[in-house]
Design a protein around this ligand. Structure first.
Ligand SMILES: C[S@@+](CC[C@H](N)C(=O)[O-])C[C@H]1O[C@@H](n2cnc3c(N)ncnc32)[C@H](O)[C@@H]1O
Length: 412
């Protein structure tokens, strides 16, 4: 093996095959800012996923303090572990008494990546096997799935083999399919149609969550969302999974549709179903509808079926403080948790309001400043917070008419 390059991520030193020497300036600059450049090293490691690994450390730290895991040891599988970065970070950055509870296995088809993984984490068992086989070989309590592209090929084995109570973290990088820009891949893989509009990435998160929930139900399990995120090129959901035939039967109550330019009747249905805190007054850009609402599949305004339940657990969001992130994961950890604590109070609010959409609906020349908008909504007696999102956005439980009024006031 050639001499390893040591890369620091979080508080963890990670040994990797050295970057190739023939990389151009442009390639070096692009590296770590989006999808992995597989030609950068001989084994996979993408610095663009550092924030998601930071949240993985924080989520595990939080969950190991809860009563979800009632046994001392946690059978943990990083099913597509590459050079073992995630396992290395868990072992290095979790408090030692928590790291000791993990019975860790890593799996990958790339033999060279596993040689580095073994150097990084000498006491961990790594298996050079198809991860679907490894998944089926035991009852796992914590599973991480982070493939190239779609996680769909791994979901069935992951659900089938999950312990009575488990946590699953699932990444998807096939965002073109999930956001509907590859419509046929979306239909083939996820059985859905997604409208390519301002809400496409939120629809993508909800589609991935719906797919995980449906696969869980097929195996008499149900899910409870913990965290959801969209970062640059990937979508990720983290969920609790537990065995329950009854809960799996009510899956349809948490599925539904997103409709663009909803009619007055659709807004009433959304509001009555508890899916639209903005209420039914006025012309509005989007709302979610329950699964039972009759829709026409050729209606181009419709996206779905989607998960319409919460995307977050309130207590998990509240635990994602900057202080805890820096204590556990080092001085550069703040971006990984930015805005998450603020979103806790609105964790189950389904609507996301992208401020660029507002000028179309009121008499203003551009989007309002987020701080002014939030301040005005709070002064009007409602909740509002900055959303962690790829475009300026808020979450709020205020009626649509209030949001528009406050938007106009922001320019007075
Ligand atoms: C996106 S990378 C994983 C990155 C890793 N989780 C990290 O944080 O650095 C995907 C990995 O999946 C591996 N892989 C792809 N298909 C696989 C399969 N069926 N079984 C096991 N590993 C597989 C690839 O070799 C690659 O290392």
């Amino acid at each position: 093996m050639t001499e390893a390059e040591i890369v620091l991520e979080g508080r963890t030193e990670h040994r990797l095959p050295p970057a190739k020497e023939d990389r151009t300036e442009k390639q070096l600059e692009r590296h770590g800012k989006g999808p992995a450049d597989k030609a950068h090293r001989s084994a996979f490691h993408n610095p663009a996923m550092a924030d998601c690994r930071t949240r993985s450390v924080l989520l595990m730290d939080y969950m190991l303090d809860t009563e979800w895991f009632n046994k001392p040891q946690i059978h943990t599988l990083d099913a597509l572990c590459a050079t073992g970065s995630r396992i290395n970070r868990w072992l290095t950055e979790l408090p030692p008494e928590k790291a000791e509870r993990l019975l860790l296995v890593g799996a990958d088809l790339d033999e060279e990546a596993l040689e580095y993984a073994q150097q990084n984490c000498p006491n961990v068992e790594f298996r050079n096997e198809d991860s679907r086989q490894v998944l089926l070989s035991s009852g796992w309590q914590w599973v991480d799935i982070d493939p190239f592209g779609s996680p769909v090929p791994f979901l069935d084995s992951a659900m089938q083999s999950s312990a009575r109570r488990a946590v699953m973290e699932i990444t998807a990088t096939d965002t073109a399919a999930l956001t509907g820009s590859s419509a046929s891949a979306c239909l083939r893989r996820y059985g859905a149609k997604i409208r390519t509009d301002e809400m496409a990435h939120d629809s993508a998160l909800r589609l991935l969550m719906a797919t995980v929930a449906r696969t869980a139900a097929q195996h008499d399990r149900c899910i409870m969302p913990l965290l959801s995120s969209w970062d640059s090129h990937h979508i990720r959901v983290s969920v609790k999974v537990h065995r329950s035939i009854q809960a799996a039967n009510v899956l349809e109550e948490q599925l539904g549709w997103r409709v663009a330019s909803p009619t007055a009747e659709e807004l009433v249905a959304a509001t009555e179903a508890g899916l639209h805190p903005q209420g039914s007054e006025g012309e509005q850009p989007f709302c979610l509808l329950p699964f039972s609402h009759p829709i026409r599949r050729d209606d181009r305004r419709i996206s779905g079926p989607l998960w319409t339940g919460p995307l977050f657990d309130q207590d998990v969001l509240a635990s994602m403080t900057v202080e805890r992130a820096i204590t556990l994961c080092g001085d550069d950890a703040e971006p990984a948790v930015r805005h998450l604590v603020g979103e806790a109070a609105l964790a189950s609010t389904p609507s996301l309001i992208i401020t660029d959409m507002l000028p179309k609906f009121c008499e203003v020349g551009g989007p309002p400043k987020i701080v002014d908008l939030i301040d005005g909504i709070e002064k009007a007696g409602y909740k509002a917070t900055t959303a962690r999102w790829g475009a300026p956005a808020i979450r709020s439980n205020a009626p649509w008419t209030t949001i528009l009024q406050v938007t106009e006031n922001c320019f007075d």
